[in-house]
Design a protein around this ligand. Sequence first.
Ligand code: FAD
Ligand code: SF4
Ligand code: SF4
Length: 388
Amino acid sequence: MAILSVDNSKCISCGICEKSCKFQGVKIENKYPIFNDNCTFCFECITACPTSAITVLGLEKKEFDTTLWSGVMVYLEIKDNILSEVSKELIGKARELANTLSEKVFGVVINHNINLEELKTCGVDTVFVAEGEQFADFKLDLVGDCLHSIIEKVKPSIFLVGATNQGKTIVPYISVKCETGMTADCTSLEIDKNGNLIQIRPAFGGNIMAEILTENSRPQIATVREKIFKITVDVKTQAEIVKVQGLEVVSKYDVLKIVKKAVDSDISHAKILIAIGNGVKKKEEIAVFQKLADEIGGELCSSRALVEAGLMPQSRQVGLSGKAVSADLMFAFGISGSAQFLAGVGGVKTLIAINADPDANIMTIANHGIVADIFQTSAEVLLSLRKK
Ligand SMILES: Cc1cc2nc3c(=O)[nH]c(=O)nc-3n(C[C@H](O)[C@H](O)[C@H](O)COP(=O)(O)OP(=O)(O)OC[C@H]3O[C@@H](n4cnc5c(N)ncnc54)[C@H](O)[C@@H]3O)c2cc1C
Ligand code: SF4
Ligand code: SF4
């Protein structure tokens, strides 16, 4: 684990490190800086220090025998007592990667009241099951420590997790425990010529695709959002179920009360989507498109521009920092087609873009482009729907 260290013989007690820190991660005490748990290792203070007194310890490359690790493991998340969609999508991808490596596919599930029959045919070779009442409510330390023990025993080379709320919570915990790297929100996964996992994801605001390797530690951990990969189940495979027992893990949390969020329909699963962008400027204008969505039997969603303007909820944002969608039909009203927006529409079968600008980027990827005013077009579509 890396830590920051100060060479007191170089430190001139100027306090610049404390002032440069945005996280209150360092305080000057008795003339010299003391780092605390708020530190996020952003390294701003190292750059700011005029005498180069601050250094990082623990970043030395350690020898690590990657040959002891083999197989692709998928975190099987259970939602409403059944295997989540994203877990099924990841199993298909895991099988593809494992075939390239000539290795096995493992599943791991930690929950209460698990349907073992479903897991036997989910397409993996072996499922490691930790079951018990203590897992009924998701507690990070309990599930995390249990998962860490299983990973240390099974030693999978690759560990894939859905980028769900649960997945995003657990992966950093496991990554720290295993002292290995992780890549969030991958959009593609491949194997390089040395058998390493190439974790591909948009970077720098979606303008480039970064290829990330975890060469010197294991497992190679990647999260993937729902709808990025397709479900392809190997129905011939009957999974061996291995019940994991004797894990002595305790939680420091007590769940006192669970407050359910109001349920909003999930745009990731919608078959028809009406997407609106910056061409819509006011709350009252949204009603027109909501009406259109209702009459056509679709869901309303938007670009980030409208979420930032406070006109649409984040749960309905499509794109890199929103949701990936895979509708059969999507209308994009007044959306320019930024790389970040397009990162979420790769799974859409038919995209119809309506935009006043014939040169808008979205016109280059839409199946049909209509150069027109969005309000006029939406009114015409509504009218023609009502005539039918
Ligand atoms: C790290 C990062 C992550 C991001 N993540 C996302 C993301 O997940 N999703 C996302 O959407 N964006 C995301 N963005 C923002 C993205 O870069 C764009 O700013 C955003 O997508 C623009 O939204 P827009 O297309 O609605 O708006 P604009 O780019 O402003 O386009 C509006 C379009 O509407 C057309 N128009 C306007 N009025 C009318 C009219 N009356 N009739 C017809 N056409 C009209 C215009 O010609 C224009 O093409 C992200 C940015 C960063 C840096
Ligand atoms: S590394 Fe970043 S967060 Fe940590 S003390 Fe320095 S400036 Fe603050
Ligand atoms: S910025 Fe450098 S010299 Fe100044 S107090 Fe911090 S460590 Fe010391």
